[in-house]
Design a binder for this molecule. Structure first.
Ligand code: F0G
Length: 467
């Protein structure tokens, strides 16, 4: 008999979507003239477009995931009892397995968990320190009478610096600040990954150091874990000593450092809605359970249906699949590399859930107060059907109510957030190709000015005109 040569194929360069599609949803395929009309009707504000008219909806990765067959089938078993539903215990088991925390309290989304935590923990005037607070976290701290303080690491200040963990907190600053001011500080909260800093991850070493500093000064240490699995995968692939650990072990180690955690389950739990608070402290948990009945509902459902709790319990396990995470992180990098090759300036290194385009550098002919990020996001919709989010002087700048003078933001960016398990590589290739065709015309894009703006959160409802 002929002896066969053993066949050993190389490791493939292509990382595939580790799933197949069972149910489809058509996407809007409009003619450019239709998009031009809709944009004018929306006052050039992409938040006001009907989702049906969008081809690629990259406004957010929040609540936009495709759920799995396992999640949908778990939903059928949802127990809708008001109190003590079986679905609550399934959810509680999943969260405890991951976090090891004593108390698990569901909420209808992340900001509800923030609001409850701030009300239960903060006294007026107390400071909450973070690596960088997400905007709803900041708003909830302030509305509870507290002060939100960001302490990003030094590498974060320069968008050109390549550093594996630009989401870190500045531990030296944290230590010296707590030495002077610990009596004024309520707690420290670390956001993993750091959404307000382009989705950059936080190192385990940094979490541990921050925890030890907080502990030394007697300050509680919390985590905002909307994207905990993506952060854990970055730790596995970038931090020494973690390559042999599973992502689940890494996540469990991360949680073991904290006194409590809050999560928007609309991200890494693949939920279309949901959140939770996980706490070790009995008094804080009791205070939250008392407060939540007014706004969220009974503590075993927290504003969610039993079926939502079932879907989230499954999602929290599924997200730890390392084939999924390899695909997820690689697909963001692939998209970012493609956009950069097309000639646009992006924020580097690429983070875990979105590509951020530096609109200021990409459209240098449009000054900050003519809103380059707005110009780019309108153009991406008009010419390609991509809806994305300006993160610049429209969202983060403000108009002085007395003088009417506009103040710009420190960055002019556009965020292209990628919903989980939703778009395929051919969608991404199409977007990259079209961005390449648009690139030579970017210097011709007009700037914008406000036609209308609300006194708060103006980016959601503003109307603009071209100028
Ligand atoms: N924390 C982080 C880090 C977030 O990114 C978000 C939401 C929240 C808390 C609030 O959670 O939306 O469930 O109430 N981020 C979304 C985004 C809105 O588009 O980045 P939520």
């Amino acid at each position: 008999m002929k002896t066969h040569r053993p066949i050993q194929l190389p490791t493939p360069k292509t990382i595939i979507e580790p799933f197949r599609i069972k149910m489809i949803e058509p996407i809007g395929m409009l003619r450019p003239e239709e998009r031009v009309r809709l944009l004018a009707e929306a006052g050039y504000n992409v938040f006001k477009l009907p989702a049906e008219a969008v081809t690629f909806d990259l406004l957010t990765d929040s609540g936009t995931s495709a759920m799995s067959a396992q999640q949908w089938s778990a939903m059928m078993a949802g127990d809708e009892s008001y109190a003590g539903a079986k679905s609550f215990y399934n959810f509680e088991r999943a969260v405890k397995d991951l976090t090891g925390m004593r108390h698990v309290i569901p909420t209808h989304q992340g900001r509800a968990a923030e609001s409850l935590l701030m009300k239960a923990m903060l006294k007026p005037g107390q400071i909450v320190i973070g690596n960088t607070h997400f905007d709803t976290t900041r708003a909830n701290i302030e509305s509870a009478g507290g002060i939100a303080k960001d302490m990003p690491c030094k590498a974060a200040a320069d968008s050109g610096v390549i550093d594996p963990f630009k989401g870190n907190i500045n531990t030296e600053e944290l230590d010296s600040y707590l030495k002077e001011n610990k009596s004024k500080v309520g707690f420290v909260i670390m956001t993993v990954t750091n959404n307000s800093l382009a989705g950059q991850p936080v190192a385990m070493g940094n979490l541990r150091a921050a925890k030890e500093i907080a502990k030394k000064h007697g300050i509680p240490f919390f985590l905002d874990v909307a994207r905990f699995a993506e952060n854990s995968y970055f730790i596995k692939t970038r931090e020494a000593d973690y390559s042999q650990k599973t992502v689940k072990e890494i996540a469990q180690e991360m949680f073991s450092l904290a006194d409590g955690a809050l999560m928007s389950s609309k991200k890494d739990a693949f939920g279309n809605i949901g959140g939770f608070l996980a706490l070790n402290n009995n008094e804080v948990a009791e205070a939250v359970r008392t407060l939540m009945v007014i706004t969220e509902g009974f503590p075993t459902y927290g504003g969610l249906a039993g079926r939502d709790l079932e879907a989230l319990a499954v999602g929290l396990e599924e997200v730890l699949d390392e084939n999924y995470l390899a695909y997820r992180i690689r697909s963001i990098q692939y998209f970012g590399e493609g956009i950069e090759a097309a000639g646009l300036k992006i924020v580097k290194p690429l983070g875990g859930h979105a590509v951020y385009i530096d609109a200021g550098k990409t459209l240098p002919h449009i000054p900050a107060l003519k809103f380059p990020g707005q110009a780019l996001s309108v153009a991406l919709y008009e010419h390609i059907g991509i809806r994305c989010c300006e993160v610049g002087s429209v969202m983060l700048g403000h108009r002085d109510a007395k003088t009417g003078v506009e103040h710009p933001a420190p960055v002019e960016q556009v965020r292209l957030a990628i919903p989980r398990r939703v778009y395929t590589q051919s969608h991404v290739d199409y977007m990259i190709e079209m961005i390449g065709y648009l690139a030579p015309y970017l210097g011709d894009l007009p700037g914008y000015e406000f036609e209308y703006q609300a006194p708060m959160l103006r980016h959601f409802s503003a109307r603009f005109r071209r100028c």
